[in-house]
Every structure is written in structure tokens, then in C-alpha cells.
Design a protein around this ligand. Structure first.
Ligand code: SF4
Length: 220
């Protein structure tokens, strides 16, 4: 006798299996620069990656936390203008810096902390919500924390998975379905963004979708 969680876990594993079969392996965030990834996680909020990437270019690749710390708010805001909500995002970047400074801007010191402790700290930083915290944990710090976003919610529910309403319960379900791995969790988030952008957007392209034969197409 299978309980409901086991059924949903199985369906989740099936979804990611068919996506993996189609897309193959790719490195979703191919940079080793942890600080840049952290800033990118904030800059990409409410916009696309192209605009966030342009803001990172304007800041200057290789910019240090110390340089952001001493930069005037207005200058910082102007440099990240392309990412939208730039005044708010400048405040958020300064808040991120304040948190990072506790670790002397040393990512290795951050990595010495436990995932639960870091997640709690990040969630207390202004402008860092659950999705941004999990992106930072997984990609920048290397602590696997499954990232839930609008793509994941949409694809999973259309596929036929009973998607828990709350972020934490959905994350818990995914973490029960898949062993903790920063590479895998990073890849799975990439698969959601890729598939959601190409096929499973608000107006889904089911006729062209490579996983259509497996999908219940529960489209509202
Ligand atoms: S078949 Fe349609 S609803 Fe299902 S994943 Fe593909 S695009 Fe989305």
C-alpha cells in the first residue's frame, strides 16, 4: 500500500527522469565566483537573466564585496539599473554584503556552517526570500537546498503532481524524492527554467513538447 507522499515522490522522479532524458546534462550556472552568484540571485529577481547579467557586467566582473560596501547607494543603483527595481536591489545588495561581512567576505568560512543555520540567516537578510536563499545555498555556497520557483510549480502541477501549496512543503517533497546533491539540485532548477521557458510557459506548447506523452496536461 503506497501513501500519497510516495505516489507524489514517484511522479516527481518520473518528471525529472523524462526531462533529463530529453535535455541531457548541462551546467546551469557555470561560474565559480560565489560572490557573483549571490549578487546574481538578487539581481535576477523579477526579471530575466539577460538583464541581471548586464547589471553584473556594469558592476565589473570580479568586483569585490569590499568595493560594493564602500560604493555610494546612487552609484550602485545606477550600475544595476538594467535589472529593474534598481533602488530596492541596491539596498538588498548592501544587506547581503552586511551579512557576508560577518564571515570576513570569505566563502570558505560560510561553507563551514550548517545548511539550516545559513538558511535561517539568509532568510533574515532584507530582500532574500526562500527562492533566493535556496539559489544562494545551492549554487554559491554548495549546500543543496531544492529551489522552488514558478516554473517548478507550473510544470509539476501540469504534469500531474499534487503540488503542495506552501513553498516549504513543496521543497520538502522534492528533497524526499531526490538525494541531496548540490550539482543535481542545481541541474534540476536549470531543467525547470529551461523547459518552462521553451515549452511549458503560461501558454503551453504541448504539441511540440518532448515530454507530452508522459504529461497529464492539467492546464487551467
Ligand atoms: S505537455 Fe504541455 S503541460 Fe505538459 S510539460 Fe509539456 S508544455 Fe507543459
Amino acid at each position: 500500500m503506497f501513501d500519497q507522499t510516495t505516489i507524489e515522490k514517484d511522479k516527481s522522479q518520473h518528471l525529472f527522469h523524462v526531462l533529463e532524458e530529453h535535455y541531457g546534462w548541462f551546467d546551469w550556472w557555470p561560474t565559480e565566483n560565489a560572490f557573483e552568484i549571490m549578487m546574481g540571485a538578487i539581481l535576477v529577481q523579477n526579471t530575466n537573466w539577460r538583464n541581471a547579467d548586464k547589471a553584473l557586467d556594469n558592476l565589473g566582473r570580479g568586483i569585490t564585496p569590499n568595493e560594493i560596501e564602500i560604493m555610494e547607494h546612487d552609484e550602485l543603483a545606477q550600475k544595476i539599473r538594467s535589472s529593474g527595481y534598481y533602488n530596492q536591489k541596491a539596498i538588498k545588495l548592501k544587506a547581503l554584503i552586511k551579512w557576508f561581512k560577518k564571515y570576513d567576505y570569505d566563502i570558505e568560512k560560510v561553507r563551514q556552517q550548517g545548511l539550516g543555520h545559513l538558511r535561517k540567516e539568509l532568510l533574515a537578510v532584507r530582500g532574500i526570500g526562500r527562492e533566493t536563499a535556496d539559489v544562494i545555498l545551492t549554487y554559491a555556497i554548495g549546500k543543496p537546498s531544492f529551489v522552488i520557483d514558478a516554473y517548478a510549480r507550473r510544470i509539476a502541477s501540469r504534469f500531474g503532481i499534487e503540488v503542495p501549496k506552501s513553498y516549504e512543503n513543496f521543497r520538502k517533497l522534492m528533497q524526499q524524492a531526490f538525494p541531496k546533491s548540490k550539482d543535481k539540485y542545481g541541474y534540476y532548477h536549470g531543467l525547470m527554467v529551461e523547459h518552462g521557458g521553451r515549452y511549458c510557459n503560461p501558454k503551453p506548447k504541448c504539441e511540440e513538447c518532448p515530454i507530452a506523452q508522459h504529461c497529464q496536461q492539467n492546464i487551467e
